[in-house]
Design a binder for this molecule. Sequence first.
Ligand code: FMN
Length: 230
Amino acid sequence: MNTTFPLHTAIEPGILYFGTPVVLISTTNEDGSANLAPMSSAFWLGWRAMLGLGARSKTTQNLRRTRECVLNLPSSALAAAVDRLALTTGSDPVPPGKQQRGYFHVADKFARAGLTAVPSETVAPPRVAECPVAMEAVLEATHPFAADDEAQDGSVVGLEVRVQRVFVHDDIRLPGTEDHVDPDAWRPLIMSFQKLYGLGSQVHESTLASIPERLYRGPDIDRARQVQTR
Ligand SMILES: Cc1cc2nc3c(=O)[nH]c(=O)nc-3n(C[C@H](O)[C@H](O)[C@H](O)COP(=O)(O)O)c2cc1C
């Protein structure tokens, strides 16, 4: 048996954010203006995403009311713009919990970040022009999180959204293909323990990658195709 590996130590970190991509979610405020917020507790299965969001954030309120959003994925080159949105909220007044952590209200987050809003095809919230990926999506379900604990129940929600348009910059498309993203060209921004990182290069051949992407295509793609441009 190999005994050269390091031993584990039990620790209690305050957060378990070991590294996930940053998403800039655009939503529509009550007055029709756009809100934009960074988040990173997100994962995708097929053309659906699960978003872990604080229930009191403006984004959650907007998404629950309008059922529409855009999931904009910034590249690591946009880290400074994302960082300008840190500690800001579209909520006015700022909720007390956020006030304590130093959050402040910003009405125009696009201007604050120095990012450009462009009209979406199927939803009211705009896409972020500078983001190499933008997915227009609609809210399909709201899932409870930590509902087993009275003290936490309702403070965070899992918002399940269904994607109905995927837009990418041409320079991250795999040359010679229609619908493939080149993972060597796509450079996501990663949040790990509240800090911002890029990805390194590929570290190993992937056996999983022997499965053609088309075998994953599910019914949500056909459904998305039926959605008319507004
Ligand atoms: C890089 C980054 C990642 C974040 N990830 C999350 C997250 O996954 N979930 C969440 O609720 N808030 C997250 N936040 C905090 C939100 O951005 C914050 O709650 C913000 O006030 C939301 O804006 P809004 O109130 O205008 O919706 C993150 C912030 C940053 C800067």
